[in-house]
Design a protein around this ligand. Structure first.
Ligand SMILES: CC(C)(COP(=O)(O)OP(=O)(O)OC[C@H]1O[C@@H](n2cnc3c(N)ncnc32)[C@H](O)[C@@H]1OP(=O)(O)O)[C@@H](O)C(=O)NCCC(=O)NCCS
Length: 121
């Protein structure tokens, strides 16, 4: 299986929107998912054998990076792909020499909290 991470291009939006609805208890509106050119946008998709299996939305405003959304297709969760994506996100922040990185997570979202905790320094 070949994993690849690429900038989120319009061609991927249909798959991203499907995953958004399947993965999240409180999905974003489709208009938010489709907005890939907002200021500082650095959104990416994770492809497994050319198929979109996950993505993150992030924003870099003068060195302050915010992770806005991250999701893995529920059919592919629990296989380490969330870690692959988060690792890429953090490397991207380092490469951009980000001054700070922010994210928010619901207290009840145990899966996401465990994922983020795994990267805490
Ligand atoms: C959060 C999410 C991206 C994790 O993706 P994933 O591919 O399942 O995660 P991984 O398989 O890489 O697992 C990474 C870590 O997450 C945690 N985790 C994964 N599945 C878990 C589960 N069922 N219960 C508790 N923790 C879990 C573990 O700490 C795991 O590390 P470990 O395998 O070393 O124990 C995925 O669950 C998801 O898309 N959730 C819905 C969307 C969401 O809530 N996004 C975050 C808020 S914006």
């Amino acid at each position: 299986m070949t994993n690849k991470i690429e900038p989120l291009a319009e061609d991927f939006l249909q798959d991203v929107w499907r995953i958004e609805q399947d993965a999240h208890s409180h999905p974003w509106a489709q208009s938010m998912i489709s907005d890939v050119t907002s200021r500082g946008a650095c959104h990416h998709v994770l492809l497994c054998d050319e198929e979109v299996v996950g993505y993150f939305y992030a924003q870099n405003i003068v060195g302050e990076v915010t992770l806005l959304n991250i999701a893995i297709d529920p059919q592919r969760q629990g296989q380490g792909l969330g870690k692959v994506l988060l690792e890429y996100f953090l490397t991207m922040c380092e490469d951009a020499k980000a001054e700070s990185v922010w994210l928010e997570v619901r207290e009840s979202n145990q899966k996401a909290r465990s994922l983020y905790e795994a990267f805490r320094v």
